[in-house]
Every structure is written in structure tokens, then in C-alpha cells.
Design a protein around this ligand. Structure first.
Ligand code: AMP
Length: 396
């Protein structure tokens, strides 16, 4: 069993917390979206309120060696503002200077370390580097769900140096709990909405959830590979011809397992991939050449909403149309509204994956769904049924 930060009293302890502060910066190196810092706040506050101190370590961007553009110095102010405590900074994450700063840290104080990825040993999962990091704290806390699928030094390897003193942060444990509620502890009927551009990126997820869900709504660009293998005419819509076999396998498996697959019945067809395109509604399996389906059509939206309204657990990953363009956003908006309504009626809904999270934010639905996951890749790997190294390391 994995301990969480709530199981530990941090009084007089230095908590070495792996956070995900990989935040977007503008050209003046100011944080433009502090969501990831806010997400780590409950864990940091728990440590400070217990009477301990917090040493925060993170990566930022993809630097090749030391590169001040990617310095965590840029985010000191944003972290201080969000947490409400002035944050100290040290311009390395290991070595004498970092050890001195950590040793001098008093209860109630926060120390931010320089970018972990200034050392290539971080991504390589180097054991010696992990050991050097481990010297800085008494308790290891992993709250970086977004990188929990990576076996990096600070996300997994380091845990072995804290055999008795390691735990999940409050964000990471909440993510795992909510995903388990969908995958292993769900109230039926369970519906997964899988959308987005490509079948290839969602094969693992669909295979793994087939026997856990009652319905799968397949939307977006990836629906056309399924429609084509069923004999439909898809015009110039997005298709992965090398994935037709996989699509057929998924349809066969679904039939065997009695999982109902819902594909769009009609689509908004466009004569080009642009906001200026001419549009027309077509049956999803009879799209003329020269036209591509870029959004779910009106009948599809009604059908999808009907399935959602009848569900007690809903997982949403991926938009059902090119929602970034207003002309092709309606399907995704209607789907989001249907999920919000079902949630208001008592269903549990979890939204995850970069683009669906962006859609939920754009259409103001964040507070109307039960949970919005912060981890794209990590969430997909959990949905694929994989064991995440960052989580396994806390359970050993
Ligand atoms: P993914 O990253 O695989 O979840 O895909 C998300 C992207 O799929 C979004 O940027 C959407 O614009 C795009 N998308 C959704 N529906 C379609 C479609 N019918 N044709 C092409 N792209 C689509």
C-alpha cells in the first residue's frame, strides 16, 4: 500500500518533494498559467502546517545541459505568490551548495532547487545522482503525477533511499484515487468517450478498458478509421489505413465482451481544413470525395448525449471534433454539456488528456465535472493498465 502525505507527520522534517512545475513562460520569463503550481499547493501547505519545511524539485522544459532559459529562478515569484510564503532558491539541485541551503532551511520555510534536467543523469534515472538528491531531505514525497510514468532519478529511482520515509503527495494520490474510481470501482453503466485525432495513440487504452466499460463513444478524427473498416465512405476525412486491422480487432473484441461501441451517425463535412471552409452535414458513412468530417453532426450529438445521460460513470479523453475552430466546436461543446448534466444528476465524471482538458477549460466546464486530471501521458498509461514507475517506487 502506498502512504500519502496525510499519513505522515512532517514536524521538524525536511520534505523533499518532487513537483511538476513544468509551467508555461512568456518571452519575459513570466509564468502564464500557474495551474501546476496551484495543484502542488495542498501538499506543500500540509508539510508547513505540520511544522516541517519543504524542498521542491522539478524539471522545466527540455534543456540540454545548463541553460538559464530553463532556470527555475524564473518561477520563484509565481511559487511564492501561490503558496503565500517567500520561496528561497539555490542554483543547483545537488552538491555542496544545495546541501548547505537544505541544511539551513528552518521549519515553515520553502527551498526551490534549480532545474533537475540541467543534469542528464535525471532523465537517465542515474542511481548516484538520485542518491545525491536524497541527501537533501528526511522524507521523499512524489507529487508529480504528470511525470509518474517516467523512471527518472527524481520520480522513481530516488525512492529506494527512503525505504521507510516515502509517500505520495496529495495531488498524486488524488489522481490515482479518481482513476481507480473509474477503472476498478465504478458504478454502472460506465461510458468512455475516446476522441482526438489518431487511433494509434489510443489503441492501448481502448483494449484495456473494453472489459471495464459498458459503452465506448468513439469520436473525432479517429472515428473514420472505424467507419472505413465497417465499409463506410469517408471522403477526405482523416484515416489511418495501417490501423484498419486494429480497428476491426477492437470492434470484434467489443462484440465478444458485450461492450457497445457508438460511432458518429452524421458529421459536419468541410471542403477544407479551415475556419473559412464550406460546410454541409453528411451521413458519417457516406461522405463525398472532396469533403472531410471535422465535427460530430446533429444526430450524433443527440445519440451521444443519450448514452451519457444514462451513465453513472464517465471517462472523457479527446475531443469529438476540431474544437479549436468555432465552426467545428459544437459536437465537443454538446458532449461537454451532456457530461456536466449527467454529473449534476449524480454521475462521476473524469476528464483527462491535454486536448479534452483544454476543451473543458475553454467552454467553462471545469467545475461541472467531477475531476479533471492533470497528467496527460501518465493518465493514458494508467488507463492502458500499465504500472507507473513513480507509483510502483512508492509502493515497494
Ligand atoms: P489527440 O491529441 O489525439 O487527442 O487529438 C486532438 C486533436 O484532434 C485536436 O486538436 C482536434 O482538433 C483533432 N480532431 C478532432 N476531430 C478531428 C477530425 N474530425 N479531423 C481532424 N482532426 C480532428
Amino acid at each position: 500500500m502506498m502512504k500519502t502525505a496525510n499519513d505522515i507527520n512532517f514536524k521538524d522534517k525536511k520534505a523533499l518533494i518532487r513537483v511538476d512545475f513544468n509551467v508555461p513562460l512568456n518571452e519575459n520569463f513570466e509564468v502564464t498559467d500557474p495551474t501546476r503550481i496551484e495543484a502542488a499547493k495542498p501538499t506543500i501547505i500540509k508539510v508547513l502546517e505540520d511544522g516541517g519545511s519543504a524542498i521542491l524539485m522539478s524539471h522545466l522544459g527540455r534543456p540540454k545541459g545548463v541553460d538559464k532559459k530553463f532556470s527555475l529562478e524564473h518561477i520563484i515569484k509565481a511559487v511564492s505568490d501561490v503558496i503565500g510564503v517567500h520561496v528561497k532558491f539555490v542554483d543547483n539541485c545537488i552538491g555542496e551548495e544545495a546541501e548547505k541551503a537544505a541544511a539551513e532551511l528552518k521549519n515553515g520555510e520553502i527551498l526551490l532547487l534549480e532545474n533537475l534536467r540541467f543534469h542528464p543523469e535525471e532523465k537517465a534515472g542515474d542511481k548516484d545522482f538520485a542518491e545525491k538528491l536524497s541527501k537533501l531531505g528526511d522524507v521523499y514525497v512524489n507529487d508529480a503525477f504528470g511525470t509518474a510514468h517516467r523512471a527518472h532519478a527524481s520520480t522513481a529511482i530516488i525512492a529506494q533511499f527512503f525505504p521507510e520515509n516515502k509517500c505520495a503527495g496529495l495531488l498524486l494520490s488524488k489522481e490515482v484515487e479518481n482513476l481507480n474510481q473509474v477503472l476498478n470501482n465504478s458504478k454502472k453503466p460506465v461510458t468512455a468517450v475516446i476522441g482526438g485525432a489518431k487511433v494509434s495513440s489510443k489503441i492501448g487504452v481502448m483494449m484495456n478498458i473494453l472489459d471495464k466499460v459498458d459503452h465506448i463513444i468513439i469520436g473525432g478524427g479517429m472515428a473514420f478509421t472505424f467507419i472505413k473498416v465497417k465499409g463506410g465512405k469517408i471522403g477526405d476525412s482523416l484515416v489511418e489505413d495501417d490501423k484498419l486491422d486494429v480497428a476491426q480487432d477492437i470492434l470484434n473484441m467489443a462484440k465478444q465482451k458485450n461492450t457497445k461501441i457508438h460511432l458518429p451517425i452524421d458529421v459536419i463535412g468541410a471542403d477544407s481544413f479551415s475556419e473559412e471552409a464550406k460546410t454541409q452535414v453528411f451521413p458519417a458513412n457516406d461522405i463525398p470525395d472532396g469533403w472531410m468530417g471535422l465535427d460530430a453532426g446533429p444526430k450524433s450529438n443527440v445519440g451521444f448525449s443519450y448514452v451519457i445521460a444514462d451513465s453513472k460513470t464517465i471517462l472523457w479523453n479527446g475531443p469529438v471534433g476540431v474544437f479549436e475552430m468555432e465552426k467545428f466546436a459544437k459536437g465537443t461543446i454538446e458532449l461537454g454539456n451532456a457530461i456536466a448534466d449527467a454529473t449534476a444528476d449524480g454521475a462521476f465524471s473524469l476528464v483527462g488528456g491535454g486536448d479534452s482538458v483544454a476543451a473543458v477549460k475553454k467552454f467553462g466546464l471545469t467545475d461541472k465535472v467531477s475531476y479533471v486530471s492533470t497528467g496527460g501521458g501518465a493518465m493514458l498509461e494508467m488507463l492502458e493498465g500499465k504500472t507507473l514507475p513513480g507509483i510502483a517506487a512508492l509502493e515497494e
